[in-house]
Write a protein that binds this ligand. Structure first.
Ligand code: ARG
Length: 262
């Protein structure tokens, strides 16, 4: 009899601990931001002009928008630079508070995160060597070896339900490395967001960007953990203020000399 009570007691204790752990593991984002005096942006800083390294600093369009969000929250901005495909789990586990990474809104991602208002339109550009004559438009990608950044919409385009046939996809930890392999002849083309492609084309005179993009236009937004309504509202308010004051266009022009209002 005594033993039975013991067992029941142990079971109850285990259940209670489990319930408490589950209850506590939910991150209270706003409380933590205020307590630490800091908000953490997750990004992959190899994506000019949205995020790139300048010495020890991370600069770019997203860094400036994120700084405005931090200012509005009245806290410091901390930026965590990581592999692009590590961003989602970093957000979910609470390592970062939001993702600002030229992050395209997609139905698959909408199941995992909440997106802010969209702030930029982009396309997946096709990059080839200047002297390439066999790839002139998107249809010519069929049967080719394509390079893209792992985890990006550019890479996903060649995975499940791809409109392309017989493509061999090679993925890299950033667009610059994909372009390096293009120059070394290991891939036939690179598929990468257009403004980052333009930034890379400036550094690499051997490459060119085709007029025809690889797929339909996309839009960038900032991602927060599902249900983080207050932070999302602050981000949306910040984006609106930046837009209405003309500051957002100024930021775009600062980083994209050829930028025209979208
Ligand atoms: N727009 C693409 C996507 O969301 C690529 C973004 C890459 N961003 C970066 N910071 N490396 O999948």
């Amino acid at each position: 009899m005594k033993n039975r009570y013991k067992i029941i007691f142990v079971i109850l204790a285990v259940l209670l601990t489990a319930a408490l752990t589950v209850g506590c593991s939910k991150i209270n984002t706003m409380e933590r931001i205020k307590k630490n005096g800091q908000v953490i942006m997750g990004t992959n800083a190899a994506f000019p002009p949205f995020e790139m390294r300048q010495g020890n600093e991370i600069v770019g369009i997203d860094a400036e928008i994120a700084k405005a969000v931090a200012d509005k929250l009245g806290v410091e901005l901390k930026i965590e630079d990581m592999d692009f495909n590590a961003l989602l789990s970093a957000l979910k586990s609470g390592k970062v508070d939001f993702i600002a990474a030229g992050y395209t809104v997609s139905p698959e991602r909408e199941e995992e995160v909440d997106f802010s208002d969209k702030y930029f339109k982009a396309v997946q550009a096709i990059i080839v060597l200047k002297d390439n004559t066999s790839i002139k438009s998107r249809q010519d990608l069929n049967g080719k070896v394509i390079g893209a950044q792992e985890g990006t919409t550019g890479a996903e385009l060649f995975r499940e339900n791809s409109p392309y046939k017989n493509v061999t996809l090679k993925t890299y930890n950033n667009g610059a490395n994909a372009v390096l392999d293009l120059k070394n002849g290991r891939v036939d083309a690179v598929v990468l967001d257009n403004y980052t492609s333009m930034a890379l084309a400036e550094l690499n005179p051997e490459i060119k960007i085709l007029d025809d993009p690889a797929t339909d236009p996309e839009e960038y937004a900032i991602a927060v953990r599902k249900g983080d309504k207050e932070l999302l509202q602050t981000i949306n308010d910040t984006l609106k203020e930046l837009k209405d004051s003309g500051k957002l266009d100024e930021i775009f022009k600062k980083y994209i000399p050829e930028y025209k209002a979208q």
